[in-house]
Design a protein around this ligand. Structure first.
Ligand SMILES: [Zn+2]
Length: 452
């Protein structure tokens, strides 16, 4: 058994990157509309039918193995369900959707399924703590859902007063691992109150940021329509991590090799593609899971023709278009900075925002491009070319860096750049639930900072 490691040279890396981009441009997507009859709402299944691939080489691979410099892969990948319509639906559409379902009881797990349809938790950042954070021991129908940006003592008071069944807190109230549940810690105290009151807590956080039509699309929409792109693209997942390309001399040899490869992969994820035979033999392409890679290579090295022609490629994860952190909009109608400020204050419902004019810019300067990231956006916005950055908070030095590049910065305070989406989401959720469920936006929730 030979051990292997991926080794790139700088030139190879650069070449692979260029080729990967070329492959990305060839992605094709299939959109299938489904009708959810029970809920009378439409959503979209996006099936990605192609993946990018980049080249990997083994440092200790036998010299007989040919090293490829590029390849493309066309595979099926797991599907992801995302909302099709981004617009707010009126309350009248709710009664239309739910005629005949007025007495329907909604269990917590059914609400969670609807939340997953609106923003799959798989879109959340890996460091995040999203999903159901508190689950009551005694199941009860969900009649009242309270939406809040942050779960504070004031919001918990509100939830208890309205006999709330589920709190959807955008920021996760439980984030770091805890070793005890005691009263001296304010977040643990809130978790205890929720458990004692039988209130479930769910947090979507970065899944709402990343999803197409989520918090960041809502935020950038405040300056009007434009060509919107994602700043930090979310990648999907695939069970196929590698592609093995090799030659066989005959159909009989192919059949024998494939039988052995199926054993390596348990017959579960292997995908085969065979070209027409030519004078050199039959070109075979097989994709496999990461766990099946080593036994598959060992199998192929036992056969003469495959061992002399084997190439191994590492497959890239597919981009989920429209999903990711931050947005850049090239505005359809450029506006003076003064107008941009008025628009964003109106969009966020604020009387004041903080402004740092970019070097050489004035209130009359034109805003053609705007980059946004809800919350604390410096890491996402860093290096992005735009006339205007809009986010909740940035440090003093991060603002200075942007201004020196001629980029104007508008800061709203952290949660003020997020909270307005709750009303949009309330409408989106309400039309997907029976009339027995009330969806309410918290009145007690507010940014801890205020202008005085
Ligand atoms: Zn935030």
């Amino acid at each position: 058994m030979w051990s292997a490691a991926f080794v790139f040279t700088s030139a190879r890396q650069a070449k692979s990157s260029r080729l990967m981009l070329t492959a990305c441009r060839n992605l094709s997507w299939t959109f299938l509309s489904l009708t959810n009859r029970r809920l009378s709402t439409r959503r979209t299944l996006i099936s990605q039918t192609a993946l990018c691939s980049s080249t990997s080489t083994f440092s200790s691979i036998p010299p007989s193995l040919r090293l490829l410099t590029h390849s493309r892969s066309f595979l099926s990948s797991p599907q992801i369900s995302v909302p099709l319509h981004l617009s707010v639906q009126s309350s009248s559409s709710r009664s239309l959707s739910y005629s005949g379902h007025c007495s329907e009881k909604m269990e917590l797990k059914e609400v969670l399924q609807v939340l997953e349809q609106l923003a799959p938790l798989s879109l959340a950042e890996s460091w995040d703590n999203v999903g159901l954070l508190v689950e009551p021991s005694k199941p009860r129908p969900t009649k009242t859902i309270l939406l809040t940006n942050d779960l504070t003592d004031a919001v918990m008071d509100e939830a208890e007063t309205m006999n709330c069944d589920l709190i959807i807190s955008y920021h996760p109230p439980l984030f770091r691992p805890i070793k005890c549940l005691v009263q001296k810690d304010w977040k643990q105290r809130l978790a205890i109150r929720a458990v004692e009151a039988g209130i479930a807590i769910f947090s979507p956080h970065t899944s709402w940021d990343c999803v197409k039509g989520g918090v960041n699309d809502w935020l950038v929409g405040g300056l009007g329509s434009g060509q919107v792109s994602v700043l930090n693209q979310v990648l999907g997942s695939t069970s196929h991590s590698h592609k093995l390309e090799f030659m066989v001399r005959s159909a009989e040899e192919l059949s024998a090799v494939m039988e052995e490869l199926k054993v390596c992969d348990g017959g579960m994820t292997l995908q085969l593609s065979v070209s027409r035979p030519d004078s050199s033999g039959i070109h075979v392409s097989v994709t496999c899971s990461n766990s099946a890679l080593t036994p598959s290579v060992q199998t192929l090295l036992r056969h003469t023709a495959p061992s002399h022609s084997l190439s191994i490629l590492k497959l890239e994860k597919p981009p989920l278009l429209g999903h990711g952190q931050g947005r850049l909009s090239v505005l359809d109608q450029p506006v003076p900075m003064e107008t941009a400020i008025k628009k964003i204050k109106s969009h966020l419902g604020l009387s004041h925002v903080r402004l740092a004019l970019g070097l050489g810019k004035t209130l009359e300067s034109s805003v053609c491009t705007v980059a946004v990231c809800a919350g604390s956006g410096a890491s996402v916005l860093n290096g992005v070319k735009a006339d205007l950055y809009i986010t909740g908070e940035m440090s003093h030095h991060e603002v200075l860096d942007a201004v020196a590049k001629g980029i104007t910065v508008i800061l709203s305070d952290h949660s003020n750049s997020e909270r307005g989406f709750l009303a949009v989401f309330r409408e989106r959720l309400a039309v997907r639930l029976p009339d027995t469920v009330a969806v309410v936006v918290s009145k007690a929730d507010r940014d801890p900072l205020e202008v005085v």
